[in-house]
Design a protein around this ligand. Structure first.
Ligand SMILES: Nc1nc(=O)c2c([nH]1)NC[C@@H]1CN(c3ccc(C(=O)N[C@@H](CCC(=O)O)C(=O)O)cc3)C=[N+]21
Length: 286
């Protein structure tokens, strides 16, 4: 059996067309949805990601501002920029690209973003809203993974077992909460898990979000399972690859997401969706 591919580029094209329609409607009412992206320092991977986000905004008719700062920027300066954007009516979403240089406290900076503009979903208020099932911005990567599941008719996971590998605040934990919200029985595995394969072999859905190559191999996957690969790694030839041994796993799984062209573009798409939603909310509150 060869797995069917969940094409993140194709699904993104569809969803971004919907975003563009909503953005045009808002713009016609005098509110062009605006995203501000702050990048501190010169991490080469971050430069590429940030450029892709800004380009995606332009293509969907959103206003975007990229603020680039030297790695020597002080925390007080960064907090002042966040505060200015919180108060800027042209900006509906604020994203501070992570990781920040070591002398800046990620947590403190994220908490300074107004929860009404936290389109990344990283603020404790957003994480808490997800936890208790209240409306709020959702972390874009797991949100994109849920949209991929919906696209193959797996939006409701009642009776299904989902296994998440990884427990980060930006992917693993919110992913587990969203799967739970979709009625899955959820297991979260991590570096302290004794027998990872024992858990993954029970899974109808596996989400690999560790940041290490070949975390999931064919022998660890139940035939027909859905495999979602959140990893963004480079192999020995410098080629982008995920956490899943794609070549092996594709012969066992029922569905699989590729890297590149899977979760990555969906992450950016959900950022656009949340930014448009932030602008729509502002309008309905006014
Ligand atoms: N505050 C914050 N929010 C983020 O959402 C955030 C972040 N910080 N820091 C870094 C990670 C990483 N990330 C990616 C988004 C899209 C692709 C993407 O589009 N990847 C393409 C390929 C890109 C390439 O060729 O390098 C793909 O998978 O097809 C990758 C990675 C968002 N992040």
């Amino acid at each position: 059996m060869t797995a069917q591919v969940i094409d993140g580029n194709a699904l993104s094209r569809q969803l971004r067309a919907e975003v563009a329609t909503r953005a045009a409607a808002l713009t016609a009412r005098g509110v062009k949805p605006g995203l501000a992206v702050i990048l501190v320092g010169d991490n080469p991977a971050s430069q590429v990601y940030v450029r892709n986000k800004v380009k995606a905004c332009e293509e969907a008719g959103l206003h975007s501002v990229l603020e680039k700062y030297d790695a020597t920027m002080t925390e007080a300066e960064l907090l002042a920029r966040v505060e200015a954007l919180n108060n800027d009516p042209a900006i509906h979403g604020i994203l501070v690209q992570l990781p920040l240089p070591a002398h800046l406290d990620d947590h403190k900076v994220i908490e300074a973003i107004s929860p009404t503009k936290d389109v990344d979903g990283f603020h404790v208020a957003s994480a808490g809203a997800l936890m208790v099932g209240e409306p709020g911005f959702k972390a874009c990567t797991p949100y994109g993974c849920m949209k991929m599941l919906e696209s193959i008719g797996m939006g409701n996971l009642r009776g299904k077992h989902a296994v998440v590998i990884g427990r980060s605040n930006i992917v693993g934990k919110p992913m587990a909460m969203m799967l739970l919200q979709a009625n899955a029985t959820v297991t979260v595995c991590h570096s302290g898990t004794a027998d990872l394969a024992f858990h993954t072999r029970q899974a109808d859905v596996v989400v690999a979000a560790v940041g290490k190559r070949n975390v999931l191999t064919a022998d660890m996957v139940k035939p027909g399972a859905v495999v979602i690969d959140v990893g963004m790694n480079r192999n020995d030839e410098g080629k982008l690859c995920g956490d899943v041994d794609y070549e092996g796993v594709k012969d066992v799984a029922g569905w699989i997401t590729p890297v590149p062209g899977g979760v990555g573009p969906m992450t950016i798409t959900m950022l656009l969706v949340s930014t448009v939603e932030a602008a729509e909310r502002g309008l309905s509150a006014a």
